[in-house]
Design a protein around this ligand. Structure first.
Ligand code: 13P
Ligand code: SF4
Length: 327
């Protein structure tokens, strides 16, 4: 991470600046698009040109004609966009927006793990660094992981990393025996089963829905398991009126907008004194930092060209298979 890039993030903003107006002006002037993940702050989702899950953000990045992409998400999402669009400027409003799951899989250790399993196909979740993607055969997201694994011959040996919960879930629904890296996301691992079941007693008609990064005991009591985009689609089409939602609570904003007549209850964390179902990394991006990113054209994401050339292959493979599967 380049320190000179970070200096611009918190640059003072003149008093009285109309942030929305200025962001709109700058994005036109710079031919920029603002792409936001569903876990972003509501005001960022509302001003974005596009809001989506990790797969849709990568698909958008791959096809945009904009000169500048402001990726309102976390670092690996910016890296994925940069890998796909090396000639474009890719900005992440706060370069400190990392990901505990990606951090749970350092590239040198992952390389050793890959070497220990020489006859295995390497599948990596998109929540990984560019260096880990460079060691990978196929990247997946939670929207396409099942279908991509199922598209491989049933006897194919597979390593899956870094999320043990998603890996266990895919093993359970496909019958595969993928060898799993032992990583996890700190937000999705902290939902309380006991409190969730208490909540279900309070809302007996509610459906429990969860992201597959949650622990197995949360997945087992859930009526629907899916990516952020999958969860959103599910609540739109479900006849149910109440939903207990076990994922980062930012996604509730889009759910409520799409279904104003339905009720969305965030699943309770183990520790009731914290807002632990908010991803502290995702929340680092603010309207002020988004404005500064457009204003200064920084902080920018860079990926080493040797790494990029290796990392683009498994991402392209994911995009190609997803296109064939209509995802
Ligand atoms: P989605 O791909 O489902 O949007 O998930 C991304 C993520 O970071 C989940 O924690
Ligand atoms: Fe990473 Fe978890 Fe935040 Fe998603 S919610 S970006 S997996 S730390």
């Amino acid at each position: 991470m380049k320190t000179q890039e970070i200096g611009y993030m918190d640059a003072p903003i003149p008093v009285g600046t109309d942030l929305k107006k200025e962001i709109n002006r700058l994005r036109k002037e710079k031919n920029a698009v603002i792409l936001a993940h569903f876990y972003q702050r509501p005001e960022i989702q509302d001003i974005a040109d596009f809001v989506g899950d990790s797969l849709a953000l990568a698909q958008w990045a791959a096809k945009t004609t904009a000169d500048v992409l402001v990726l309102c998400g976390v670092h690996f999402m910016g890296e994925t966009a940069k890998i796909l669009c090396p000639d474009k400027k890719v900005l992440v409003p706060d370069l400190n927006a990392g990901c505990s799951l990606a951090d749970s899989c350092p590239a040198p250790q992952f390389e050793d793990f890959v070497k220990l399993h020489p006859d295995h196909t390497v599948i990596s979740y998109v929540n990984t660094s560019a260096a880990v993607k460079a060691l990978t055969d196929i990247v997946v997201t939670s929207t396409n992981a099942r279908q991509i694994v199922e598209s491989l011959p049933s006897d194919e040996k597979i390593i899956f990393g870094p999320d043990r919960n998603l890996g266990n879930y895919i093993n359970s629904i496909t019958g595969r025996k993928m060898v799993l890296w032992d990583g996890a996301c700190h937000v999705h691992e902290q939902f309380s089963l006991e409190k969730m079941l208490d909540l279900k007693k309070e809302y007996p008609e509610a459906e429990i829905i969860c992201h597959p990064e949650c622990k197995r005991y949360i997945v087992e009591v859930s009526d629907y398991v899916g990516s952020t985009a999958g969860l959103l689609k599910h609540v739109i089409k479900s006849p149910k009126k109440q939903f207990i939602v076990a994922t980062e609570s930012g996604v509730l904003h889009e759910m409520q907008k799409a279904c104003p007549e339905k009720e969305f209850i965030p699943a309770p964390p183990n520790d009731s004194t914290c807002a632990c179902n908010e991803c502290n990394f995702m929340r680092l991006n603010t309207m002020e930092k988004l404005y500064n990113a457009l204003r200064f054209g920084k902080p920018e994401i860079f990926v080493d060209e040797n790494v990029r050339k290796k990392a683009i292959r498994p991402i392209r493979r994911m995009l190609d298979i997803s296109a064939q599967l209509g995802l």
